[in-house]
Design a protein around this ligand. Structure first.
Ligand SMILES: CC(C)(COP(=O)(O)OP(=O)(O)OC[C@H]1O[C@@H](n2cnc3c(N)ncnc32)[C@H](O)[C@@H]1OP(=O)(O)O)[C@@H](O)C(=O)NCCC(=O)NCCS
Length: 178
């Protein structure tokens, strides 16, 4: 059993037109540190963590866990996608699979996040048919809001948390366009 229930993990790497979704490798460490320490990436996620802190928390290779995909462009990591249950940061997400996406700023604006998330959601719909996926984002995070809409997430509610307005949406394969 995993926190995605009976899902067999890892799947074979998932290829899209331009990208590959795969498990983390030791060679991704520098890019993962860059991702978590980036002020731009952290803007709507409570702010960046210090590079030293991130490095301390990840002494070796980035951790492998069910639902964590590295997004690879031409052999280099450009971001990560998570589809995990029970992170427990919001009561609305409790017990549901939640989508998370973080991309390096230099990879924004090319449609890579949309392409990778679509593939991850298609994978999810195949292994857990009919199960919803939820997503929370600050409404001020316009890039994330645009991406959520593009992926087919439907607004469930808005609320205040962590000192900001949050958008909470839901996706099911049955209602997506794919
Ligand atoms: C949220 C995030 C993943 C969105 O990334 P993104 O690159 O804007 O998202 P998409 O993959 O949907 O790309 C859309 C852009 O690519 C452009 N694009 C260029 N070539 C494209 C192509 N071939 N296909 C599709 N879109 C393309 C689109 O026009 C759009 O540009 P615009 O932003 O100027 O309108 C990214 O901003 C990020 O990692 N942010 C920091 C972490 C974060 O806040 N995560 C969300 C937590 S809730």
């Amino acid at each position: 059993m995993t926190d995605l229930g009976p899902v067999v993990w890892p799947p074979a790497p998932i290829s899209t037109e331009r990208l590959v979704l795969r498990e983390p490798e030791a060679r991704d460490r520098a890019a993962v540190i860059e991702l978590f320490a980036s002020p731009e990436v952290g803007t709507y996620l409570g702010g960046p963590q210090s590079r030293a802190e991130v490095e301390r928390a990840m002494p070796g290779a980035p951790g492998r866990r069910p639902g964590r995909f590295i997004v690879d462009l031409d052999g280099a990591m450009i971001g990560q996608i998570t589809l995990t249950k029970g992170t427990g940061h919001l009561r609305q997400a409790a017990g549901k699979a939640e989508l998370g996406y973080l991309f390096l700023p230099q990879a924004w604006g090319h449609g890579y996040a949309a392409e990778a998330c679509t593939a991850a959601l298609n994978w999810f719909a195949g292994v857990l048919p009919g199960e919803p996926v939820v997503l929370a984002a600050q409404t001020a995070n316009t890039r994330s809001m645009r991406l959520a809409a593009k992926l087919g997430f439907i607004e469930v509610e808005r609320f205040e948390a962590y000192g900001a307005e949050q958008w909470f949406g839901m996706w099911t394969s049955a209602t997506s366009d794919d």
